[in-house]
Design a protein around this ligand. Structure first.
Ligand code: BEZ
Length: 213
């Protein structure tokens, strides 16, 4: 299998999940998607991660984004563990968890890094755009729980680029100034960005975030 890279089409698959069989692309529909793997069921860091994602459902929905988790454990294991997540994290898991017992999807998405662990998936994250292209890939070690606020921040940035032709600077947070794409001339920028812009350098032009009042 060729390594996946940014811009590649996210491979489609069918899978058994805690919410029934799904076709991945159909599940995503015409919105954005987050596919994330975790090493194993009934483990402490994973339990906190899956609970956190459940609590962020509204945040993902606001961004027209569906989430789906994966591990190489089976369906019965997922079902029992979901009860524990709900109990210990004070939430209700409200998205599917793929049971990838034969590791087909983990291999398709290069989620097993044998020098880290021979059989379990690492903490991979893929953000997928409505055209099914891969927009972000990050890999965390098993021992580090992910920062899901950072993932929401990246989705905001990707959507600003997709819908408003702007990029986001270092440590950007929602509501702060954004960067005008170098592909846009300053002449065109006057029409595209009615709030105006600051030209720090010809290649560094800042404008208020377009989609906030
Ligand atoms: C955890 O989720 O806590 C975990 C899983 C695998 C290795 C280390 C930690």
């Amino acid at each position: 299998m060729a390594t996946l890279r940014l811009g590649d089409k996210a491979p489609n698959f069918t899978a058994q999940t805690s919410e029934g069989e799904i076709d991945f692309h159909e599940y995503l529909g015409d919105g954005w998607g987050v596919l994330f793997s975790h090493p194993a069921d009934y483990t402490p860091v994973c339990t906190t991660e899956l609970g956190t994602v459940a609590k962020y459902k509204d945040e993902f929905e606001k961004r027209n984004t569906k989430v789906i988790a994966l591990s190489v454990d089976g369906l019965e294991s997922h079902k029992g563990w979901i009860k524990d997540i709900n109990e210990t994290q004070g939430t209700t898991v409200n998205y599917p968890i793929i049971a990838d017992e034969d590791r087909k999807i983990a291999e398709l998405y290069d989620m097993i890094h044998p020098n880290a662990d021979a059989t379990l998936t690492v903490r991979s994250v893929y953000i997928i755009a409505p055209d099914k292209s891969i927009k972000l890939m990050i890999t965390y070690p098993a021992s580090t729980g992910r920062n899901f606020d950072e993932l929401l921040r990246v989705i905001d940035s990707l959507q600003l680029t997709a819908y408003h032709k702007v990029a986001t600077p270092a440590n950007w947070k929602h509501g702060e100034e954004v960067v005008i794409s170098p592909a846009i001339s300053s002449e065109d920028a006057k029409d595209i960005f009615p709030k105006g812009f600051k030209e720090v350098k010809p290649y560094l032009r800042l404008t208020p975030q377009p989609n906030v009042d």
